[in-house]
Design a protein around this ligand. Sequence first.
Ligand code: SF4
Length: 307
Amino acid sequence: MKPYNDAMETIQNSVLKLKEEKNAIILAHNYTLPEIQDIADFVGDSLGLSRKASETDADLIVFCGVSFMGETAKVLNPDKKVLLPIPEAGCAMASMCTGEQVRALRKKYPDAAFLAYVNTTADVKAEVDMCCTSSNVIDAVKSLKETDIVFVPDTNLAEYAASLVPEKNIIKFHGYCPAHHGITVWQMEDLKTMHPGADVISHPESPMDVLNMSDFIGSTEKMIGYVRESANNEFIVGTEIGMYHRLKKLRPDAEFYFPPSAICQTMKMTDLRTLYKSLSEETGEIILDRDIMDRARRPIEKMLTIG
Ligand code: SF4
């Protein structure tokens, strides 16, 4: 293992040196590889990452995650260079909904408010009234004055929000995250049988029957808060496996068990070599149409003021 670790450390040091020279900031999602998380300036969920992107005075933003995250950073920093080391690293859920579909829904529901999960393309964001993340979805739904709310694209998150805000009529779309939608009750029950003392904590992109058997439901950042405060030292974690690294760093005394299907391939595509290459050659620049950026900014900025 040592030569491999040595090689990793060498590349990590090269990335950090280059980052200083270029006055760059590295933002990484909680689901990225451990060796990426360890050298990022900030590791977090979509809301925290968007906030960091909106506040940074770095000249160059390197986003380790998937394309909608890089796009969000670009919309918030239209005059800065934003790099996504692997340009083809998309989000399966985001690709399930297009701006054209939202425009068609606008015609079908002319009096409804339109709320988009941040896991959408800039093209979709440009068509909606507000964006939200899994951290602030409930506050976002409550903040809209309309009773009818079309929520895109995540059907599970929409159902979760509808269960907590029954006074609103949430009109669901058919999108889902394969990594979370594939988590099943029987997977979680098997884990619970093996670890009966463990708390079950789940991400709201998971199916409702999984959420119903959970002790805690929240975004990745809220899960971290729950584990930090908990006196328990065993957790069944219903989200993407990348979270193991942050949770274990936070609570080395605790054990974390993940369902077998919860893996997002595109979140793992950015490794140290591709990060170094992108930073040194400035490859993977996010380019967006100015008009799309201008229209997408308002719903994103609203999202940043909520919760
Ligand atoms: S984990 Fe799911 S929602 Fe997140 S980037 Fe991967 S496919 Fe998209």
